[in-house]
Design a binder for this molecule. Sequence first.
Ligand code: NAI
Length: 315
Amino acid sequence: MTLRVGVIGTGGMGREHIANLSVLDGVEVAVVADIVEKSAASAAASCGASASTDPAALAVDATLDAVVIASPDDTHAALAITAIQSGKYVLCEKPLASTAEDAGRVVDAERAAGRDLVQVGFMRQYDPSHLQLDAAMSGLGALRHLRCVHRNTNHQWERPLELVFSQSLIHDVHTARWLSASEFTSVVAQVVSGPRPVEHVALLGAMENGSTVTIEFVEATYGYDVEVEATCEHGVAVAAQPPQPLIRSDGVQHRHIGDDWFGRFAEAYRKEVEDWVAGILDDRVNGPTAADGLAAQRVVDAAIRSASSGRREAV
Ligand code: NAI
């Protein structure tokens, strides 16, 4: 059987998923849709798919088994609900929705369908260094504290804090929920502005299992750099940086960091779609679910409230 997949949104992430799906046995990227005709056409040509400028029609296309949603954040919830109602499996890029309310509507649609159909694109859960950290933590006793540092290459964007939280910090929120196997109960977040509305965010979260989480986010310009460190009862584990050759040249030695998520998480994006497809063939969702997407969005919403109230906010 060939799994026929449609891809909505043919920008950076849509094309990453198209490339990774196209090399899988038994998978055909059959239709791609984007509101920009030229973009849909060139992405379609890259994989032999047909092109469409009607994303909602793709979501109900009865010839497709599954849909990837990689269009802008505020389109996710409505497209996911349409795809669920037409019985399709969905890989929805993060965030599941722009607000917890809309994320809740996606979860409700799944409940009405009677089964999980949506996987959310929290791909760090597939990153080898995050998986190694998870395994290392299991030998170190109870988690006390998790520290996530997210330095985002940003030479040009001026994002309001709501977008920084729902687009970027939400990855670290999912990492914390996944690695701690626990839920945030409250958060306090502080935002430092500079030339941009958000230069730096410091978030402190309390978890149901008694551990704490700090998320430090910085709009940096030197490279895309993600770190995670777990302090446990019997020791500390730090996620390894991806293997890179040590280069000595011109009187200095260095290792390449890279300046975007495509390089840093290339393997994670590959494993993510592989596991999504494997799940569909077993008639289930293997990866992060819509419920995970909703839980992460609730933390983000509480953090946004805290950034403006200056107080600790319950999740
Ligand atoms: P992008 O701007 O490169 O591409 C978005 C594409 O969607 C564009 O081709 C645009 O023409 C198209 N589009 C706009 N409105 C549309 C609509 N109503 N229906 C269909 N297509 C529409 O953006 P990028 O970076 O590819 O982001 C796409 C999604 O992926 C976003 O939700 C973003 O938050 C998420 N993302 C996830 C990452 C991850 O690490 N998992 C990394 C980067 C983005």
